[in-house]
Design a protein around this ligand. Sequence first.
Ligand code: SF4
Length: 375
Amino acid sequence: MHDIDARLGRIRGDVPPQAHNARTIAALTSNPGCARRAIMDAAGIDKPRLASYIGFPAPFGQSQFAITRGNAFEAQVKANGCAELLRLLREQLGLPIPEVSYDDLEEVGGHRSQHLRHARTRSLLTRAAGAGGDAGTLFDHPLLRLDVGGRPVYLEPDLIAFRLGGRFHVVEIKSFAVIDGQADGDKVAAAAIQSAVYVLAMRQLLAELGTGPEAVAREVVLVCPENFSNRPVATLLDVRQQLTVLGRQLSRLDRIESLVGLQPPGLTFDLELDQAGVPHRPAAELADDVRTVPARYAPECLASCEMCFFCRDEARGQTAALGRAAADELGAVHSVQMALGLADGTLTPADDQAEAAALLREAARLRRECLGETA
Ligand code: SF4
C-alpha cells in the first residue's frame, strides 16, 4: 500500500489531493475501461485545473450563485437539528419518526481528520445498528469509505442517514427545483446514481459488522426546493437499478496498482506553482505526459469527465469517438479513414475486419441508393 501511495503522490506532485465524492465515483464507473481517469482520480489530480492549463478547459462546474444557493438550502433543511427535515419525513412521507437524537460527524472533538471521522461514523452506526427498534437517530455528514479499484476511498457526503424500523435511509439534499411535482430528469438521474454510491458505501460499512445489505434501504429520500420557493419537498427515490449498475461497474475497474505499474516510472501531472504563480512545468510537456496514459474516449465523457475536450481532440479520427455502439459494430476497424476505405472498396480488410467491412460496404451501397447515385 505504501509503494502505491508514494507512486500516486509522485504522479500528483507537490499539491494537495482532490477528494473523491459520489459524483466522481459515478463518473468513474460510467467509463470503467479508462486508465487515464482511474489513475488521475486515484492520485487526486485536480482535473479541471490540469485540463485548463493544457488548453482544454472543462465545461463543468457550478456558478458561484448556484453553489451559494445550494449551501443556503441545505443549511435551511438541516437547521435546528434537522427540524425541517423531520417535518418532511413525518408529514410528507408519513414516516412515524419519534423524538430523535442528532449527531453531526463533520468533526470529532474539533478535529477533521478523515481517519477519526470515519472511525466515529463507524462507531455510531454500529451502535445504532445494534440498538434494535426505531432508534430514529439522525447522522449528519457521516464519513463513509468505499473500495474503488482496490483502494479505499473516503466519501464526504453532505447527507444525513436516519434509522427507522431497523433500517438506515440515506437523505440527499439537492438544490434543483421540483416544479408542479416534476424535476429535470437528468438531474434526478444524477442524484439517483450519487445516492446509490452512498447506499453502497453504507452497506459496505455495515457489512464489515456482519450486517446484510437490507440494513440500508434502497429508497433514498430526495429533498429539493418546491416550485420557485425555498420551501423543501421530499420524495422517495428507488435506486435499486443504480445499485446494480454501480456494483457491476465497480467490479470492472482494474486495480490501481496494476494500472500504475504499467505507466512510465517518471510519470507526473505535477501542477505545482512557481514564484510567478504558474505551474513550473510547461503545458506541452504535461500534455505529453497525459497522452502516455491510455484513455478510452467516448462521447459520454462530455457529460462526465473534466478531461473530455482534451481526450476528444486526441481521439479525433478514431472510430471510438463515434460512440460505443458504432465502435462495437466496427470492431477491429479503429480509424474513420480505414472505415471509409473499407466502405468504398479501396482497402482490403484483414481477417478480423471482414465482418465490419461487409457491413460498411452495404451501408455505402444503401447511401448511394438513397442519394440516387450510381455505383
Ligand atoms: S474524458 Fe478522457 S480521461 Fe475522462 S473518462 Fe473520457 S477518456 Fe477517460
